[in-house]
Design a protein. Structure first.
Length: 335
């Protein structure tokens, strides 16, 4: 399946990748992803950056302006996860990156033995507009839906349907009239692109993801619904730790596992590294090396089939053992 969101460049040798491990299990799973990329023979320049809670503890800020300039000079970012600092005025750095770099498409493939579907989440507007009035007695968040935002996410989702089955537009337009614009715009794009489509209310989609996930192929939805449905989809697949994502813009991208920094299991070498490894594979595909991406996914499948699993999947391997197994399969393929 084409899930990279488009391969814009052709050679990866001279590419610069900003490496942002973050906090908690972030550094553990990014270390695994880099080891697997090396075993796969992927070549690119690494620009390490400290962003997140550890940085905040040291300097009082999660990310400096200079970091943003450094990030912009790279081709893309490989991101772990960061822990939200205990500061009531903190605004999410990931949201800021998505907005500043205009990474409007959040592409989240979900794959298991018998399931294979993609959630395409609009990443820059909706309820994550950042337009809020917060008071002691009343607080408001403005939900922003634009034609342009809906159009470009629908186009991206249609690219991913390819010769597969269909597009499901997920919304709540019976209650939220802002979603009428989203629904109509997505329908227009799908019709023009000759993509088979249907639509579903978000609550029904949440239910169907559990009882009949096979009915889905590509889902396109707004920001908050996509956030919630993708953690649900991760549960249906078996673990948050298995799932990868790409945040894609016009010519820049950020790749990250969909899980957070999981402080409850950090430092114990039991985090599932597969979400981060699959994110690295999506990155290679976006960088133009689809062959490496395919080999990494095959090695991940083999590890899972052979029971090389972390405890979240009921296995008894640690992070290092799963990483080593996947790296070993890749090295055997190279010989
Ligand atoms: P979480 O995704 O970190 O963890 C939820 C549950 O899933 C935990 O029980 C955790 O142990 C488990 N889990 C997550 N990833 C796993 C993995 N790779 N292997 C095995 N188990 C895994 O969400 P939570 O606990 O709500 O948030 C923790 C921190 O992460 C918070 O500070 C939150 O703000 C932040 N966060 C950051 C994100 C990012 O940087 N992209 C995304 C989501 C949360
Ligand atoms: Mg989330």
């Amino acid at each position: 399946m084409d899930d990279s969101g488009g391969g814009e460049v052709s050679s990866t040798g001279s590419k610069k990748v900003a490496i942002v491990p973050g906090d908690g299990i972030g550094p553990e799973v990014i270390k695994s992803a880099l080891a697997v990329l090396e075993a796969a023979g992927a070549r690119f320049e690494q620009i390490p950056l400290e962003i997140g809670l550890s940085r905040w503890k040291r300097t009082g800020e999660v990310m400096a302006e200079e970091d943003l300039r450094t990030l912009k000079k790279c081709d893309c970012i490989l991101f772990g996860a960061i822990t939200t600092p205990p500061d009531p005025n903190y605004r999410s750095v990931l949201l800021r990156l998505r907005r500043e770099l205009d990474l409007y498409a959040n592409i989240r493939p979900f794959r298991s033995k018998d399931l294979d579907f993609i959630i395409v989440r609009e990443n820059t507007e909706g309820l994550y507009s950042g337009l809020e009035e917060v008071g002691a007695e009343e607080s408001r968040t403005l939900r922003v839906i634009t034609r342009r935002g809906s159009q470009r996410i629908a186009e991206k989702a249609c690219d991913l349907v390819g010769e597969r089955r269909n597009l499901t537009i997920v919304h709540k337009s019976n209650i939220l009239h802002s979603d009428r614009l989203f629904l109509k715009t997505c329908q227009d794009v799908a019709r023009r692109r000759l993509v088979a489509y249907d639509d579903m209310l978000v609550d029904a989609a949440a239910y169907n993801l559990v009882i009949n996930p096979k009915r889905f192929d590509v889902l396109v939805t707004t920001n908050l619904f996509g956030d919630i449905l993708s953690d649900e989809a991760a549960g249906v697949i078996g673990s948050l730790g298995l799932c990868a994502s790409a945040n894609i813009g016009q010519s820049y991208a950020l790749f990250e596992p969909i899980h957070g920094s999981a402080p409850d299991i950090a430092g114990r070498d039991i985090a599932n590294p597969i979400g981060a490894i699959r994110s690295a594979a999506m990155m290679m595909k976006w960088l133009g090396n689809a062959e490496v991406a395919k080999r990494i996914e095959a090695a991940v499948q083999k590890a899972l089939e052979e029971g090389k699993k972390t405890p979240d999947l009921g296995g008894s391997c640690n992070t290092r053992q799963v990483t080593e197994a996947i790296s070993q399969y890749l090295k055997l393929q190279l010989d």
